[in-house]
Design a protein around this ligand. Structure first.
Ligand code: NAD
Length: 452
C-alpha cells in the first residue's frame, strides 16, 4: 500500500492556495452542515447498525454538536482569522507587530469507533476553519459509519482537499509512513504511542484525544436522586462506550446502599426493568469488546444488572459494589456499561487515590460543598473537571476538550479546534527610518558606544 500519491495530491491542492480564503472555508463548512442535515436518516441507520445507537442519542451526542460547531466556526471565521495585534515596548513603537493564524497544511485525522461520525467531523471542522487539507481515516471497527464517511464526504466537500481512506491497522500503518503537517488522533493510549512515534520521524505535531479511568466522587450531603440520573445518563449512554463516561464511583460507605437504590431506579426509568428491550439502550460494538468487558466483571459483586447476551453483544447497565482498587475492573478503562463503586472514607482519600493513578480525561465531583469541589480542582490533575454533572462539558465549545498526561495531548472544540490546526505566526514589520536608534546593537561594541 502506497499512499504517497494521495498525500502528494493533497499537498498540491494546499499549495494552490485555494484553502486560504474565508469564502472557500465557509463553503466547506456549509458542506459539512448539509452533509449532516440532508442525510440524518442514513447516518442514524449506520450508527444503529454499528452501535444500536438510538436516533435521538445520535442527534444529541453526534450530529447537533457538529452542526453547532460548524455554524459557530462560520460565524467566527472573520474574527478568528484576523491578524491579532500585540502590545509593543518602546523599542518597537514605530513598527507593526501581530500574529497571523497560518494553516498547518495537510492534516491526518484518525477517528475512533464509539462516536464514529462526530470524531471525524468535529476535528475536520477545525481543519477546514483553519484552512487545511485533510486525509481522513475513520475507524474500521464501526464499519457502517466508516462507509458513510467514505461515500458522502466527496459528495459534499472539495474532493481535491479532503480524501478518505478506509482500512485497519495495515492501512493506518502505511498512512503513518507519509509526512503530514499535523496528526489528529482519537483512540487508546497504546496506539497513540505508535502514532506519536511515527509523527516523531518528521517532527510532525500531534493532537492525541485519548481515554482513561474517569473517576466520580459523591459526597454524603447531596441529592442522590439527581446524582443518580446524571451519573446513569453519562455512564450508560452509548452502553458506556464514551471516552468521558464516568468510569468508577468513589463515595463514603454510608451512602453506598442508597446510591445503588437510586441508580437502580434511574436505570429502570431510562431503560425499563429489562434494558435489552429498550430502544434507547445501545450494544457493545463487537464480540472482542463484549468478551473484554465480560472478563472485567469477574470476581466483583453485582448490585444492579449483570445480564448479558453474547449473540447481541448486550451487557445490561451494571453496578458493582464494594469494589477494591486491586480488583480487575479497576485496572484499565472499562469502556462499557459496568459501574464499580469503591467505598472510601472521605473526599481526601478519593483525592489521594486519583493522584496515585494516571491523569484521567474527566473528573466528576458531586457535592453541595464548594470547599470540597475546590479541593478537587486544586489538588488533582485531569483533562476536565465537572461539578454536579457528567459528560456535558463536551457540549460547551467555549471550553477546550482534551486530556492531560496519559489521557491526551492538546485540545479542540470551538475556537480550540481552529487553533489546533493553525500555526501562530508572529509578524514584525519594521520601519527603515531612524536606523541610528539601532546603533547600540551594531558592532563594534566599544565602551564609548555602550557608555561603560
Ligand atoms: P479504534 O479501535 O477505533 O482505534 C482508533 C484508530 O486507531 C482507528 O482508526 C484504528 O484504525 C487505528 N489503529 C488501531 N490500531 C492501530 C495501530 N496498531 N497502528 C495504527 N493505527 C491503529 O478505537 P479505540 O482505540 O478502541 O478507541 C477507544 C479509546 O479511545 C478509549 O480509550 C477511549 O476513551 C478513547 N476515546 C477518546 C476520545 C476523546 O475524545 N478523548 C473519544 C473517543 C474515544
Amino acid at each position: 500500500m502506497d499512499f504517497s500519491k494521495t498525500v502528494k495530491d493533497l499537498r498540491q491542492s494546499f499549495a494552490s492556495g485555494k484553502t486560504r480564503s474565508n469564502e472557500w472555508r465557509t463553503a466547506q463548512l456549509k458542506g459539512v452542515i448539509k452533509l449532516i442535515q440532508e442525510n440524518e436518516e442514513v447516518i442514524s441507520e449506520a450508527l444503529y447498525k454499528d452501535l444500536h445507537k438510538n436516533k435521538a442519542e445520535a442527534a444529541i451526542m453526534e450530529l447537533i454538536l457538529c452542526v453547532n460547531d460548524a455554524v459557530n466556526a462560520i460565524n467566527s471565521l472573520d474574527s478568528w482569522t484576523k491578524p491579532e495585534k500585540v502590545s509593543k515596548g518602546a523599542l518597537y513603537l514605530m513598527d507593526n507587530a501581530y500574529i497571523i493564524k497560518e494553516p498547518l497544511g495537510v492534516a491526518l485525522i484518525i477517528g475512533a469507533w464509539n462516536y464514529p461520525i462526530q470524531l471525524i467531523l468535529l476535528p475536520l471542522i477545525g481543519a477546514i476553519a483553519a484552512g487545511n487539507c485533510a486525509l481522513i481515516k475513520p475507524s474500521e471497527v464501526s464499519e457502517a459509519s466508516a462507509r458513510f464517511i467514505e461515500e458522502y464526504i466527496p459528495k459534499y466537500l472539495d474532493k481535491d482537499c479532503f480524501k478518505v481512506i478506509n482500512g485497519g491497522v495495515a492501512e493506518t500503518t502505511a498512512i503513518l509512513e507519509q509526512r503530514f503537517d499535523t496528526i489528529f488522533y482519537t483512540g487508546n493510549s497504546q496506539v497513540a504511542k505508535i502514532v506519536m512515534a511515527a509523527a516523531a520521524k518528521n517532527l510532525t505535531p500531534v493532537i492525541l484525544e485519548l481515554g482513561g479511568k474517569s473517576p466520580v466522587y459523591i459526597d454524603t450531603k447531596t441529592d442522590l436522586a439527581v446524582v443518580a440520573r446524571r451519573l446513569c445518563w453519562g455512564k450508560f449512554c452509548n452502553a458506556g462506550q464514551t471516552c468521558i463516561a464516568p468510569d468508577y464511583v468513589m463515595c463514603p460507605k454510608e451512602i453506598q446502599d442508597e446510591l445503588i437504590e437510586k441508580i437502580k431506579a434511574s436505570v429502570e426509568e431510562f431503560y425499563t426493568a429489562d434494558p435489552k428491550t429498550s430502544d434507547s439502550y445501545g450494544r457493545i460494538v463487537n464480540n472482542r469488546h463484549f468478551t473484554r468487558i465480560q472478563r472485567l466483571k469477574q470476581g466483583s459483586t453485582v448490585a444492579v444488572g449483570g445480564e448479558e447476551d453474547e449473540k447481541e453483544n448486550y451487557i445490561s447497565p451494571t453496578v458493582l459494589r464494594d469494589v477494591k482498587l486491586t480488583d480487575t475492573v479497576m485496572q484499565d478503562e472499562i469502556f462499557g456499561p459496568l459501574l464499580p463503586i469503591v467505598p472510601v472514607k472521605d473526599h481526601t482519600e478519593a483525592i489521594d487515590i486519583i493522584n496515585t493513578r494516571e491523569k484521567p480525561l474527566a473528573l466528576y465531583v458531586f457535592t453541595k460543598n464548594s470547599k470540597i469541589s475546590q479541593e478537587f480542582c486544586d489538588r488533582t490533575s485531569s483533562g476536565a473537571i465537572v461539578v454536579n454533572d457528567t459528560v456535558v462539558h463536551g457540549g460547551l465549545p467555549t471550553l477546550p476538550f482534551g486530556g492531560v498526561g496519559n489521557s491526551g495531548l492538546g485540545s479542540y472544540h470551538g475556537k480550540f479546534s481552529f487553533n489546533a490546526f493553525s500555526h501562530d505566526k508572529p509578524v514584525l514589520e519594521k520601519s527603515l527610518a531612524m536606523d541610528s536608534v539601532n546603533n547600540i546593537r551594531y558592532p563594534p561594541y566599544t565602551d564609548k558606544k555602550l557608555g561603560w
